[in-house]
Design a protein around this ligand. Sequence first.
Ligand code: NAD
Ligand code: 89V
Length: 346
Amino acid sequence: MTTSGKTLKGGLIGCGFFSQNHLHAWQQLEGVEIVALCDRDEARLKDTASRFGIKRTYQDAAQMLEAEQLDFVDIATTVSTHRPLVEMAAAARVACICQKPLANSIEDGQAMIDACARAGVPLMVHENFRWQTPIQKVREVLNQNAIGEPFWGRVSFRSAFDVFSGQPYLATDKRFILQDLGIHIIDIARFLFGEATVVSANTRRVNPKIQGEDVATLLLTHATGITSVVDCSYATALPTELFPQTLLEIDGSHGSLRLQADYQLVIHRRGGETQTIRCEPPLHSWAERPWHNIQDSVLNIQAHWISCLRDVKEPQTSGADNLRTLKLVYAAYDSADSLQKAISLQ
Ligand code: NAD
Ligand code: 89V
């Protein structure tokens, strides 16, 4: 696909809760335009089209793909439609962004990757948490060897924020926190510590009004030799609500690093030197607190997609890469179902 210079044309499928962030971010980025929208729900489609000034609308994704000359589709529907929509776009030889979770099973995820590979089009999973400004800063600090060789880490997300009012399906799905939020936190662990080879986990439901688990704790062994703890909770009422901040603790051979509340990054060198860096994400004109950290990461991942399309590079969170995160999610559920049995990913 040669795209250098021209404005890239995208079509967005699924005009629901989260897609509004995608659309704001696309409007902020140079060299890209969402020329068509698709949603089965006519009212949502019209409302989104008028708010973002997008003229061409479709209630059927197949019709949109047939009628439009698109460089890519941005699929922002919920998980059950991901496989059919990605396969449809691949059959039309259109590059795909697909929201997380990639799929409802490893088999479906693999089929989506294979369909895109056969069609020769890239597939990127919209796994945005690693693109958050503070997480990118921590990656940079580790790359600079500021704390030496990391040997232990904790990636932690604890909150009592009401996610169910914006995303009601989260209260009724049989599986909740690992599949929806843990998937991001596990991906951050992979991003910072490398591939995980063994996982054990436990989960529980605290909130009686929901169907799935809202607390999960994982112990991971990484091929790099790092041990990490990934913990997430939507049942944790703190004196100050931190949603949607991910906190980090990383211990290295020459020091330690802590990403603390309110985006304070503390880097300590063995022997005494301690530095505190503030990594507050930018508040874009369309963004609002406390979501601005996530909203900024949407802009960052979409900018990455544009640069990958232009330079014909594989996106960081390609389908194949993200399938490894999905495999960890399923392995964690399997472990939790079998008394925290350690599951090997090799
Ligand atoms: P939603 O239910 O609010 O919106 C989905 C929209 O897709 C609906 O308007 C629905 O009518 C439409 N749709 C479904 N199937 C369709 C089809 N075949 N053709 C056309 N339209 C179709 O869902 P949401 O809360 O916006 O979540 C969407 C996805 O985004 C989910 O996979 C969710 O996990 C993910 N999400 C990601 C983040 C993040 O930070 N990365 C945050 C929230 C949600
Ligand atoms: O990222 C997500 O999918 C969201 C949230 C951050 C609220 O968990 O559901």
